[in-house]
Design a protein around this ligand. Structure first.
Ligand SMILES: NC(=O)C1=CN([C@@H]2O[C@H](COP(=O)(O)OP(=O)(O)OC[C@H]3O[C@@H](n4cnc5c(N)ncnc54)[C@H](OP(=O)(O)O)[C@@H]3O)[C@@H](O)[C@H]2O)C=CC1
Ligand SMILES: Nc1nc(=O)c2c([nH]1)NC[C@@H]1CN(c3ccc(C(=O)N[C@@H](CCC(=O)O)C(=O)O)cc3)C=[N+]21
Ligand SMILES: [Mg+2]
Length: 290
């Protein structure tokens, strides 16, 4: 058996073309979707992701701004910028690239973004709404992973879903989305006993660990759908996921590659959330002049 490859690059490209049409429709109503990305410091990986986000905006006909601060910037500098962006009608989404340098209180910084522009969905109000099943900005990475499952034609209801990783930005919201979709969800982490046994029960296995090739072929149930969220840079400079792809693809029914799987979908869903925010602003009579 060779797994079906879930192509995030191709799906993201299709989505961006749809977003472009909606962006033009909103622009004609005075609200071209606008995203502001804040980057603090010179983390090379963050620089790549921010560049990808800005390029994706351009490709989808969105307005975007990039605000770069030096690594020794103060929290007050960044907060002042967030306040200005909160009040700027051309901006519908604000993203502060994580991680922030050590001198920052990341929670306080994210909290400064008004909830209406929290397109990452990281603020407590958003997380609460997600748990309650109320309208909210669904965090981009889990939303992208769910979209890939949909694309694969996976009927989630009743399935055993196992997530490895319990972070606030990936594992926890992913668990909530899968639960809402009807899966029986298990969340594993560094304290889990007999991780392999949990993983082998999974019809849907989501790896969000941050360790290269941590999930081996023997941990995968034959025919399972494997979603690899991990982005790891190897010493030779190449990217790899949290799943041993070559071993997994001969066991799994479907699998996302790294690169080209969840990563591009994260960026597509960031655009989707920004579009949603722009649409909300039109409904609330607060468009812009872009
Ligand atoms: N494709 C994309 O768009 C994105 C990719 N990523 C990537 O996804 C990966 C995960 O990111 P993130 O969630 O932020 O990472 P975190 O480091 O915040 O969380 C990692 C999780 O893995 C768990 N873990 C660590 N070691 C083990 C182990 N030996 N056995 C079982 N569980 C373990 C940790 O457990 P514990 O809680 O007990 O410490 C933790 O819950 C990274 O590679 C990151 O780069 C992240 C965001 C977006
Ligand atoms: N506020 C905030 N929001 C985030 O969503 C956020 C963040 N901070 N900090 C870091 C993580 C990580 N993340 C990725 C997004 C896209 C790719 C991506 O496009 N990956 C490409 C490859 C990129 C490359 O070549 O390095 C791919 O997988 O094909 C990867 C990782 C978003 N994150
Ligand atoms: Mg993290």
């Amino acid at each position: 058996m060779t797994a079906h490859i879930l192509d995030g690059n191709a799906l993201a490209k299709t989505l961006r073309a749809n977003f472009r049409q909606e962006a033009e429709a909103l622009a004609s109503r005075g609200a071209r979707p606008g995203l502001a990305v804040i980057l603090v410091g010179e983390n090379p990986a963050s620089q790549v992701y921010v560049r990808n986000k800005v390029n994706a905006c351009a490709d989808a006909g969105f307005y975007s701004e990039k605000h770069v601060f030096p690594g020794d910037a103060t929290q007050a500098d960044v907060l002042a910028k967030i306040r200005a962006l909160n009040a700027d009608p051309a901006i519908h989404g604000i993203l502060v690239q994580l991680p922030l340098p050590a001198q920052f209180d990341a929670e306080a910084v994210l909290d400064a973004i008004v909830a209406e522009k929290d397109v990452d969905g990281f603020r407590a109000e958003n997380v609460g709404a997600l748990v309650l099943g109320l309208p909210c900005f669904v965090p981009c990475t889990p939303r992208g992973a769910m979209r890939l499952l949909e694309e694969a034609g996976v009927d989630v209801a009743g399935k055993e879903a196992v997530i490895v990783g319990r972070s606030n930005i990936v594992g926890k919201p992913m668990a909530m989305l899968l639960m809402h979709a009807g899966a029986t969800v298990t969340v594993c982490h560094s304290r889990t006993r007999d991780l392999a046994a949990h993983c082998r029960r999974a019809d849907i296995l989501v790896a969000a660990v941050g360790k290269p090739r941590f999930i081996t072929g023997e941990m995968i149930k034959p025919g399972a759908v494997v979603i690899d969220v991990g982005i790891n840079r190897l010493p030779d400079g190449k990217l790899c996921g949290d799943v041993d792809f070559d071993a997994a693809r001969v066991v799994a029914g479907a699998i996302t590659p790294v690169p080209g799987g969840v990563g591009p979908m994260t960026i597509a869903m960031l655009l989707a959330n920004t579009l949603e925010s722009a649409r909300n602003s039109v409904q609330n009579g607060a468009g812009n002049n872009a």
